[in-house]
Design a protein around this ligand. Sequence first.
Ligand SMILES: Nc1ncnc2c1ncn2[C@@H]1O[C@H](COP(=O)(O)OP(=O)(O)OP(=O)(O)O)[C@@H](O)[C@H]1O
Ligand SMILES: [Mg+2]
Length: 290
Amino acid sequence: MKYATEAVEKERVKVEAKVSKTETRKIEVARSESGIEKRAVKMNASEVCAWFGEKQALFRVGMDIHEREVTAIIGPSGCGKSTLIRCFNRMHETVPGSRFSGEVLLDQQSIYAQKVDPVAVRRRVGMVFQKATPFPTLSIYDNVAVGLKLNGTTERKKLDEVVEKSLKKAALWEEVKDSLKKAGGALSGGQQQRLCIARALAVDLEVLLMDEPCSALDPISTSKIEELIHELRQNYTIIIVTHNMQQAARVSQRTAFMLNGKLIEYASTEKVFTNPSNKMTEDYITGRFG
Ligand SMILES: Nc1ncnc2c1ncn2[C@@H]1O[C@H](COP(=O)(O)OP(=O)(O)OP(=O)(O)O)[C@@H](O)[C@H]1O
Ligand SMILES: [Mg+2]
């Protein structure tokens, strides 16, 4: 019994250390980015409207997504966060009866232009979901290699290389390198989430959309994903939907606040959390509703 309590106590200390490390970094980020560096625009949405049948879910949303930054999207349940990011990689149109209008650019090119293949868009603008979605019976190796294999890559050496590189980038390699043949579904929830990130990184990913990637995870797995987001930001553009305000403040450089399908406020994370321009943003972040 005593041992169990000690083990729990150790676990708790580790969590606190991790959290405080992330907190320290958050302050550093906020300092170095007062006024926020100008980074190139990676994606641009303008006049984005989206419907499910008769129901309109997004109303003329416009925003720039900056390269190699983390953009957080916050707002109460049902305000359109998932729908918006699903318009960023043409996933919205996969819902029967859905409709889209407006424009989304990736490197200045419309992803909705007639000649554009939505599958190619989704390779460049990948997505991880609230609940990790590995192929449960495929091996860890094949879960990462699946995109390449579907693209026709068969050369073993090339596949091995990409699998190792992607698992390393997703901070999972050390934990799975001796069990690559094990089923993806046999990993813990946090490991499965990193496996999904590795799968997205294995193809030519440029923008990673994350829809509440930590909401099903414990604090340790959450802090691992947050650390990973910091790492990935060096090379990728990330958009994260989160209900966790502390998480948005910790991981992002810009924050968008949505309400009833509209973008209410979009500014540096520091500004949104310390000095929001809109009363509704303030009410939301101070917990008055939502
Ligand atoms: N498949 C669907 N069919 C019909 N309506 C939908 C569908 N998906 C979402 N909606 C509606 O569109 C609106 C926006 O939903 P969305 O899932 O984008 O919200 P959200 O901000 O991501 O919410 P949450 O925080 O709960 O995930 C909601 O009113 C929702 O009921
Ligand atoms: Mg959602």
